[in-house]
Design a protein around this ligand. Sequence first.
Ligand SMILES: *Cc1c(COP(=O)(O)O)cnc(C)c1O
Length: 400
Amino acid sequence: MSTQPDRPAGFRTRAVHAGHGLDPATGAHAVPIYATSTFGYGSAERGGRLFAGEEQGYFYSRLSNPTVRAFEEKVASLEEAGDAVAFASGMGAASAIALTLLKTGDEVAFVGPLYGGTEGLLRDVLEKFGVTVREAHDVEQLRALVSGRTRLVWLETPTNPTIQIVDLRAASQVAHAAGALVVVDNTFSTPYLTRPLAHGADLVMHSATKYLGGHGDVIGGVVAASADLIADLRLHGLRHVGAVMGPFEAFLLLRGLKTLPLRMEAHCQGAAALAAALQGHPAVRALHYPGLPTHPGHAVAARQMRAYGGLLSLDLGSRAAAFAFLDGLRLFTQAVSLGDVESLSCHPASTTHHLLGEETLARQGVTPGLVRLSVGIEDAEDLIRDVLGALERVPVAAGG
Ligand SMILES: *Cc1c(COP(=O)(O)O)cnc(C)c1O
């Protein structure tokens, strides 16, 4: 046996093992799908203790379910958080955070662009309840607009779909100086690449639909934070709101998470190879990938990310050029979502972000020619050939 002092298990070990052992009832090696809405107390006495929180146990699957609990514990371990709570979707997680932590008169600030659905939640739902939403485009702008009324600062890095980098440590310092909590949507990076809590964030949320699941077959969400914040979210954001994850979804996510580090390595390698192959291509007006030394966020990304992620975006100059390119791709399926083992492509201005309107899109840099690519785990040479082939369909503007 090793004489090394105990050290915490590594990320790959935790991805495989954290959150579960053999099933206590049967010895099952894989976590069983506990398809049950309710759990018998055994005695009236025990029912009271469970409801009073004097005894830990399962009593109703909207509040907690063993399969879902294993998923929550695995995510808490990977994010190195006190606890985690699962939701029916990423937006279920986002709305639980907002409804639990914000009240009328509060302000929420974000560094945009944010995921379109999150911005919709803030502007279309929360503003209706008297929450003021303030938008910054970098940490300096954030510093200028936070105040004692700012309760929450919402961050995403890399940003969607412009693939810009937000300095989590600097933004968290600004938020904390104003007395605000920081939530980071870590969907694009995953805990394998970035652990926002280690950079000062208070809560980290995911659309588990994306890289955590990884196979394009499940919708889910999760939040990781201190045990106190998670207890609050579980009571007010889950028990009283109800966007609950089902046990089958949790089973798929547990299975997906076991290979998260291996998949992320492949996504990052593929995206880096594709970005290198696209640099200087005459049809590409702008190329956004934080692994490129020319990317404005490269130095911050090098500090806060293990590798540079599986997403990149390119600007082809016009909507017509973007559409010609997208229709020429063979391996990149045209679909929203991201983070699947299969490569995906989309035109944000007309799909994921179309609700925001032209003015907001222009302000946030979501141009008509912008295409977002989610690089899967296929062979990089095949993906590069596919993309270069589709670019041949894009007319190179004279003088462009
Ligand atoms: C997809 C996504 C969401 C929303 O998650 P759903 O699971 O679709 O509800 C939130 N944030 C980001 C960054 C996303 O990509």
